[in-house]
Design a protein around this ligand. Structure first.
Ligand code: 4NP
Length: 156
């Protein structure tokens, strides 16, 4: 099993959206059981909460499921439990790195690193911008490219 963890600040807007979108792609490409996704937040303010209303609205619009999603904080053991840790922005990437004791072998990158000539290097935080549509566009693009990358790297 290949395991992917999406990381943002609060784990209620961007990373649960990425988790749901990515899982939907995995299902559509018949890779369920081969690739698994999860998400976490740098902060613990929203632990146990479902995704933000704006994220739910977007996922509903595209008929992407998210029912079981609940926010949680990232921790050191994530480094050993995942193969890929995918941050939404540079600050999340740096913060995740500082959660590390260098244990584990996960690859750390930003979602937009997988997109050629990306419109943004960082996924803007809709918690502050309120632009969930734009966030969805970028996340959707990023998840498509990430899945291609993972399929190529693992020959699946
Ligand atoms: P997210 O957005 O990192 O995309 O989930 C945020 C959600 C909550 C907060 C910040 C960002 N907050 O400060 O509570």
């Amino acid at each position: 099993m290949i395991r992917v963890l999406f990381v943002c600040l609060g784990n209620i807007c961007r990373s649960p959206m990425a988790e749901a979108v990515f899982r939907d792609l995995v299902d559509k490409e018949n890779l369920t059981g081969k690739i698994e996704a999860d998400s976490g937040g740098i902060g613990d303010w929203h632990s146990g909460e479902p995704p933000h209303k704006g994220t739910r609205k977007l996922l509903d619009k595209f008929q992407i499921g998210y029912k079981e999603l609940k926010a949680r904080q990232v921790n050191v053991s994530d480094w050993g439990n995942f193969d890929y840790i995918i941050a939404m922005d540079e600050q999340n990437r740096k913060d995740m790195q500082s959660v590390s004791n260098k244990a584990g072998s996960a690859k750390l990158a930003k979602l937009m690193d997988f997109v050629e000539d990306p419109r943004e290097g960082n996924i803007p935080d809709p918690y502050y911008t309120d632009n969930f549509d734009y966030t969805y566009e970028l996340i959707s693009e990023g998840c498509n490219e990430l899945l291609k990358y993972i399929r190529a790297e693992n020959n699946i």
